[in-house]
Design a protein around this ligand. Structure first.
Ligand code: URA
Length: 235
């Protein structure tokens, strides 16, 4: 939301009063005086009028986790451990998962309490690349490269998968880049070329890579640089 609109709604002060306060240099956002009413604010912005805090900022959380196999990409489950069980942040109950992995898939998972950020990351229009390391039961046919690039029609969703990049590493291993995230997508794509995925690991999402020093089951906050990739600028 824009700052002038936020102020106008606050205490029902109205647009005229909001503009006046901005002109009189009485409003600050995150400690900086702001006169531009078009400035975007959200629940993570600390907004002050004179010396009075009119909105305290919520703590925005952005984490990466090295998901182990066997953990559900869910916040709660009665039978299986969930990836939230691995996060010992005091605000972990506010988190949601930006891009799930199947229970038996390992690798990079991002978690946040910022819905706009995760939406932006996951929206199909953004075509954020996700890279997977795949191990298969059968030798990977050379023809699979063209088939993956062409896309597969998925009857259930009535759609054709976006062109995907398959690099064959050896007989049973490949690196696959997808630009979307459909249900069991990697497994279903390999099934179409008469193969079966026996292990799957996500290496990266956009420019965020799973660091080699983040052990299985460990998590850490995203760095400012990593966050910059998916910076949200508008409401
Ligand atoms: N595709 C799959 O089939 N499984 C995953 O966990 C992720 C992508």
């Amino acid at each position: 939301m824009k700052l002038d609109r936020f102020l106008a709604k606050h205490d029902a002060m109205g647009g005229k009063n909001a503009r006046r306060l901005l002109m009189e240099k009485r409003v600050s956002v995150d400690g900086n005086l702001v006169t531009d009413g078009t400035r975007e604010v959200n629940r993570f912005s600390r907004i002050e009028l004179d010396t009075r805090v009119i909105q305290e900022s919520e703590r925005a959380i952005y984490l990466m986790l090295h998901k182990p196999m066997g953990y559900l990409s869910a916040t709660m489950d009665d039978t299986h451990p969930t990836i939230l069980d691995l996060i010992d942040d005091p605000d972990r109950s506010t988190l949601h998962i930006a891009g799930r992995l199947d229970r038996n898939t390992s690798g990079l998972v991002l978690l946040t309490n910022d819905g706009r950020w995760s939406k932006r990351l996951m929206t199909p229009d953004k075509k954020v690349p996700k890279v997977y390391l795949v191990e298969t039961s059968e030798p990977i046919a050379l023809e699979a490269v063209a088939a993956f690039a062409e896309g597969f029609y998925f009857h259930t969703e009535d759609l054709t998968t976006l062109p995907a990049r398959l690099i064959i590493l050896d007989k049973h291993h490949a690196r696959l880049t997808l630009y979307e995230g459909r249900y069991h997508q990697v497994k279903r794509m390999f099934h179409r070329v008469n193969n079966r995925v026996i292990s799957l690991h996500r290496e990266s999402i956009g420019s965020i890579k799973l660091p080699s020093n983040l052990a299985v089951g460990q998590w850490r906050p995203l760095t400012a640089e990593e966050l910059q990739t998916f910076h949200v600028t508008s409401e």
